[in-house]
Design a protein around this ligand. Structure first.
Ligand SMILES: *Cc1c(COP(=O)(O)O)cnc(C)c1O
Length: 376
């Protein structure tokens, strides 16, 4: 839809293109509203890219040869963090937990006791890819007691479940807007504690004068009184981030989180009532993430084919097959953002049930529908 030039040769205006520049004050105001979502009084740095940008920036800022990191792996993102940590020359202790469960504070305590040299802990709060969520409040207490720096990937938990950065002692908390916040994927944020700033500033290998650099934002933006941005801000992404925070504020963060909790509980109950061997992938409901529910397909039923059949019936459903090794056995019901509704859950289970029925699997569609209604 290229606009036609006018007779004089000037292009016609376009609502996405001809915006006034985003001012430093406006940028700082969006930053403050994001900080409120994280329940933090720490510095919050908004970054102009998908959440992997601040995640990598945190690890490259804090890790270095001679440091030892405890990397908790409860899904695919933990594996990525381990690779970055090793790439930075850190010694990495991997604590791998089966994807159908959560890590416990006791497991973390044991790892930190066995390896007192650990000075950095990376953890994913909720895993949209595997459907589990970890008890960060308890873990934060343990990490604090041992004195390690605590990095949390809260991309899939923010706005889906409680996230209390300061109360939980999180030093580096990364969020993205594209999951439960219902916002854009191209803007992300990280809160940075005073301890974390000290650690990064003392690391000669921490990125400086780099797009990955958190320090650049501290020195040139925060310490400069938030007067001048480092580069032209990603205007559209920032406006979309502001709009999504406004939408959360007007519904109320508590109500948004309650919608996600209901969607997870209803999907779980509905899948169990549907029968036919479709089962919650995460064994205990307490370990299941409110952001998305993962389901294990019955023996002999390919998850990709089942999802394709359901999406053929309704392409708007928030369904996707698992990634990597989970592609044939896992279905993800991504009931987040605007899809955290009873309607989306009902339709998703109805479509999966119909697709199972077509494959000769006995399912009870009416029982599933009732279970969703009664649980929501
Ligand atoms: C979604 C998500 C991210 C962002 O990564 P994408 O692959 O771009 O979606 C990071 N961490 C977690 C835990 C996520 O769920």
């Amino acid at each position: 839809m290229t606009p036609e030039p006018t007779e004089e040769g000037t292009p016609v205006t376009h609502p996405l293109l001809d915006l006034a520049p985003l001012t430093a004050d406006h940028f700082a105001a969006i930053e403050r509203r994001v900080a409120a979502l994280l329940a933090t009084g720490q510095d919050v740095v908004i970054m102009q890219g998908e959440a992997l940008l601040p995640l990598e920036g945190c690890i490259r800022g804090a890790a270095h040869p001679g440091s030892t990191a405890l990397n908790v792996v409860t899904g695919p993102y933990g594996q990525t963090f381990g690779n970055w940590l090793r790439d930075c020359g850190a010694h990495v202790v991997d604590l791998e937990v089966p994807f159908h469960t959560a890590v416990t504070a006791e497991q973390i305590d044991r790892a930190l006791t066995d390896h007192p040299e650990i000075d950095f802990v990376s953890l994913v709060h909720a895993e949209a890819a595997t459907g589990n969520t970890n008890p960060v409040a308890e873990i934060g207490e343990v990490v604090r007691r041992h004195g390690a720096l605590f990095m949390l990937d809260a991309v899939a938990s923010v706005a889906a479940e409680p996230l209390r950065v300061d109360d939980w002692g999180v030093d580096l908390c990364v969020i993205g807007a594209q999951k439960a916040m219902g916002g854009p994927a191209g803007a992300s944020a990280v809160s940075v504690s005073a301890r974390a700033w000290e650690r990064i500033a003392a690391n000669p290998n921490a990125p400086r004068r780099s797009y990955l650099s958190l320090l650049d934002w501290k020195e040139r933006w925060i310490d400069g009184g938030r007067k001048a941005l480092l580069h032209a801000p990603a205007q559209l992404e920032m406006l979309a981030l502001e709009a999504c925070v406004e939408r959360i504020e007007s519904e109320g963060l508590t109500a948004v989180m309650a919608r996600h909790a209901s969607a997870a509980a209803a999907t779980r109950a509905g899948a169990l009532a549907l029968g036919g061997g479709l089962a919650p992938y995460v064994h205990e409901a307490a370990d299941a993430a409110p952001v998305a529910t993962t389901l294990r397909t019955p023996d002999g039923v390919d998850a990709g084919a089942l999802v394709a059949a359901a999406l053929a019936a309704d392409p708007s459903l928030p369904l996707i097959a698992g990634g990597g090794a989970l592609a044939s056995t896992m279905i993800r019901v991504n009931h987040y953002g605007v899809d955290a509704t009873r309607g989306a859950v009902q339709s998703s289970l109805a479509a999966l049930g119909a697709a199972l029925g077509e494959r000769g699997v006995a399912v009870d569609l009416e029982a599933a529908r009732r279970a969703v209604s009664e649980t929501w």
